[in-house]
Design a protein around this ligand. Structure first.
Ligand SMILES: [Ca+2]
Length: 214
């Protein structure tokens, strides 16, 4: 495990270009951060306007990030190296999590629906309903895309769901309830590293876990 800022109300987590990137929420406290992959130290930080509750984000390419807001109907396109907002996109749903699946972006809105968006113009091109044994899985939150699967935090639980993007079926899940730190909030934040390793953290957790053998 590596240290994690316990003041960070984690919304999104992703590894890119050798850094661990994070977004944090709460009105008046929302940020996008570059952190050290080995130490968790915050190296650079963008503060969002007080009127914005930041949510998940994903890289569109090495120098472009798309960051969601919760209920502000806005997604921000920003440069992670200059920490400047370059564009604002209209978001017609609540923003929860987002990941980049290559041909499309996958976005959650707190329901059991995942929307697929065009990475160029952000329009909705498809959607799936996520189910486990036929039962809809609500509160889908932070997302990650790895080896053809969508990986999702389910808000309010310690579960990480592995979802088939073709049909929305949860093919398996892992429960991290036994490793949630006593001082932290809910599990939230999944980033895929090399060789299928997952970095997982949570809202106000003091650590980020490194999980292998998944
Ligand atoms: Ca992620």
């Amino acid at each position: 495990m590596i240290p994690h800022d316990p003041g960070a109300f984690t919304q999104g987590l992703e590894i890119r270009c050798g850094y661990l990137w994070e977004s944090t929420g709460i009105y008046g406290q929302s940020t996008f951060r570059k952190t050290d992959l080995q130490t968790g130290e915050v190296l650079d930080l963008l503060r969002l306007p007080d009127s914005v509750f930041a949510e998940g984000f994903t890289f569109l390419d090495d120098s472009t990030v798309c960051l969601l807001s919760w209920r502000e109907n806005t997604a921000f396109v920003l440069n992670p190296w200059t920490m400047e907002i370059e564009e604002e996109l209209y978001l017609n749903t609540e923003g929860w999590g987002i990941c980049n699946a290559g041909e499309y972006l996958v976005q959650s809105d707190g329901t059991a629906i995942l929307r697929f968006r065009d990475p160029v113009n952000f329009s909705i091109c498809d959607s799936i309903s996520v189910t486990l044994n036929g039962q809809p899985q609500f509160y889908l939150n932070e997302l990650e895309y790895l080896d053809g699967q969508i990986i999702a935090n389910q808000w309010g639980t310690s579960r990480i769901l592995f979802i088939n993007p073709e049909n929305g079926h949860v093919e398996r899940f892992i429960n991290l309830g036994s490793v949630v730190p006593a001082s932290g909030g809910v599990l939230n934040g999944i980033a895929s590293g090399e060789d299928g390793i997952l970095y997982c953290t949570g809202k106000n957790w003091p650590v980020t876990l490194i999980l292998d053998n998944l």
